[in-house]
Design a protein around this ligand. Structure first.
Ligand code: 2DT
Ligand code: MG
Length: 212
């Protein structure tokens, strides 16, 4: 038991297009890990509860207009303002299941035409996820799922561009999960890969920083 206290939690990120099922899978995954006796929390970016998050929310709901670079940096600042708490939680043994992270930041902004290296640079030094699970669905299939909301970016044409830009970010460490499977199958697959990741972290896998 003494061992358990010293071992760190895992930083697990779910990425994917709008309507890929990230949010519901994130909460199912947290419940599952808790059921396994692990400490786990659901986080999401943007975190709209902070001052920066409120500026982001106003932009997304079209209540404000911002230059593309400016909003990109706000999304990044929103992760930076949570970085130290994130590290504290992980070191105290809590696994964080995070709904979107830096990859959304780069994919969405570069889909608007911003330079990809410019987009990546403010993320430099944030904690690197131990696992990125990508919920893979075509933009057409995603759009068929009960439609999008009214927020900025929630349009098929733009989601198609985002999908292409996510592909540029994929590396071999990503776990690509077919998001068109029945929801329970997606859930099961995520449980397996998340549990394996948590075990690696318990066994001493060091925390690292973006970009690896
Ligand atoms: P939600 O629908 O998940 O609340 O996201 N986005 C997100 C960015 O453009 N950059 C980022 O860094 C992040 C985290 C994706 C709201 C929208 O914000 C986009 C969808
Ligand atoms: Mg959304």
């Amino acid at each position: 038991e003494g061992n358990k206290k010293e071992s760190r939690g895992a930083l697990i990120v779910l990425e994917g297009l709008d309507r890929s099922g990230k949010s519901s899978q994130c909460s199912r995954l947290v419940s599952y890990l808790e059921g396994e006796g692990l400490s786990a929390e659901l986080w999401r970016f943007p975190d709209r509860t902070t001052n920066v998050g409120q500026m982001i929310s106003a932009y997304l709901t079209n209540a404000s207009q911002l230059d593309d670079h400016t909003i990109h940096l706000l999304f990044s600042a929103n992760r930076w303002e949570k970085r130290s708490l994130m590290e504290t939680k992980l070191k105290s043994g809590t696994t964080l299941i995070v709904d979107r992270y830096s990859y959304s930041g780069v994919a969405f902004s570069s889909a608007k035409g911003l330079d990809i290296d410019w987009c990546k640079s403010p993320e430099n030094g944030l904690l690197a996820p131990d696992l990125v699970a990508y919920l893979d669905i075509s933009p057409d299939k995603a759009a068929e799922r009960g439609g999008y909301g009214d927020e900025r970016y929630e349009k098929l044409e733009f989601q198609q561009k985002v999908a292409e830009h996510y592909k540029v970010l994929h590396d071999t460490s990503w776990k690509i999960v077919d998001a068109c499977q029945p929801i329970e199958d997606v859930e099961k697959q995520l449980q397996e890969i998340a549990l394996a990741c948590v075990k690696q972290c318990q066994q001493g896998k060091p925390l690292s920083s973006l970009w690896p």
